[in-house]
Each structure stands twice: as C-alpha cells, then as structure tokens.
Design a protein around this ligand. Structure first.
Ligand SMILES: [Mg+2]
Length: 239
C-alpha cells in the first residue's frame, strides 16, 4: 500500500493545459457558509429560542460529519429533538437545498486565482463530490461559474472521487489528457490520491480538518500563489 500514497516524481517539466478544482473547502468556504446558513436557519427561519440556537447548530454539525451526513436523515433527527413540528423533515431538507447558496462565501482569493489562470488560457474545471444541482448552484452563487469550462458533480455521474472515472469525465469534457492537468483540493484521499493515480500534478490546500498531506506535489496555503505554482509545473508555458 506504500506506493498507493506516492505522487509521481517529475524529473521533467510537464505541459499543463488545465487546472481542476475540488469545490468544498477549496473554492467554497463550506464551514463559514454553513455557519452563516445555520445561524439564519435557527434564529430566523425556525425562530428557535436564542438559548437553543447554539445547541441546534452544534447538533447539525455533529450529524453533518463534514458534509457526509444525509440531509433528510439529519433533519429527521433535528425535527424530533427540537420539536420542529410546524414543518416536515422533508420540507426542512428542501429548505437547506434551496437556501444554502444564499450564504455561500468563497475561500480567500479564489476569484483572483481563477481569473489569473483563465487569463493565461488554462482550461478550468470543478470536480466535486456532492448533490446536483446543489453544488452547481453554490458555484453559481459565488459568481464563479463563468470561469469554469466544466463542472462535474458526483451525484450526476454516480461516481465519487477518488474513483478515476469522475476525473476522466472532467478531462474528457475539456479535451485534455489527465497528465496535462493540475488538481487542486483539500482532501488527501479523494482529491490528492485520486488525482495522483491518474498522473495529474497535485496541489494540496491545507485546512483545519486536513492540515497536511505528504503525497501532493505542492502545498498551496494562499490562493494568490496558485497561478505561480501552475506556471512552475508547466514546462511549455506557450498557450
Ligand atoms: Mg473539499
């Protein structure tokens, strides 16, 4: 299993034609967006007593398990525990799907990074695990859809990162071979290992949840540095 966690070593510079991004916690500041949404939901939408709001938010986050929890199940639990009987659990889950995007905020300097990369003629894409059209709506809410040539969402394809298929679909959509792609993401297994397996050049974005990844080609803490990281990986540079 040792080699399963090894990035390809690049002895020669490669030609980079495209940069693919993960969405949650790479482009979208999901933690912050969710905190803003839940604060609104608890205090204004559900009109919970002030004393219950913090407890409600904490319980949601616990059940959410960093986005992995099924929202209908989460709301069924909350519905019961907080006595939210004015609506059904299904209606609460629908409110989440419909209202979350209003609270979406991006990770710092992502807009700057993507606009610089776009101006240098790199093709750009998003590859995300999550529901569709929820994820597409969130990207749209950030005002970033225009920069991306393809947006691939696991729910629409029925395959999730790190399955190679989802990366291949994104590459095929923009007519770029996998080895001419940079992949930027915060999840060591789903993003970095998944993209490493296809020979992509991988850029890890550290977060509180995943502070380190030893098998990425590069680490990028500040999105303003990303264009330089891509250009450095790109041997040809003649786009
Ligand atoms: Mg992510």
């Amino acid at each position: 299993m040792l080699e399963a966690h090894t990035a390809r070593r690049y002895t020669h510079r490669m030609t980079i034609k495209a940069v693919l991004f993960d969405l949650d916690e790479t482009i979208l500041d999901r933690s912050r967006s969710l905190e803003l949404f839940l604060t609104w939901e608890a205090s204004e939408f559900l009109n919970l007593p002030f004393a219950d709001c913090e407890r409600y938010i904490e319980r949601f986050l616990e059940l959410d398990n960093n986005g992995l929890g099924d929202k209908t199940e989460i709301y069924s639990v909350l519905w019961k525990e907080f006595g939210l009987y004015e609506q059904t659990a299904a209606e609460l889950a629908a409110n989440y799907r419909n209202s979350f995007s209003r609270f979406c905020c991006e990770k710092r300097h992502v807009d700057q990074a993507v606009s610089v990369l776009k101006s240098k003629d790199y093709r750009l894409g998003v590859v995300t695990n999550g529901p569709s059209p929820f994820q597409e709506n969130n990207l749209e809410a950030l005002g970033l859809t225009q920069f991306f040539d393809t947006v691939v969402v696991s729910d629409a394809l029925n395959v999730r990162k790190p399955d190679p298929e989802i990366f291949k679909v994104a590459c095929s959509n923009i007519s770029v071979d996998t080895e001419h792609c940079v992949f930027v993401g915060d999840n060591p297994e789903a993003d970095i290992q998944g993209a490493n397996n296809l020979g992509m050049y991988t850029v890890f974005v550290p977060t509180r949840r995943h502070p380190a990844c030893s098998f990425a080609n590069k680490v990028c803490r500040d999105m303003r540095d990303l264009p330089a990281v891509v250009i450095e990986a790109d041997g040809a540079g003649n786009h």
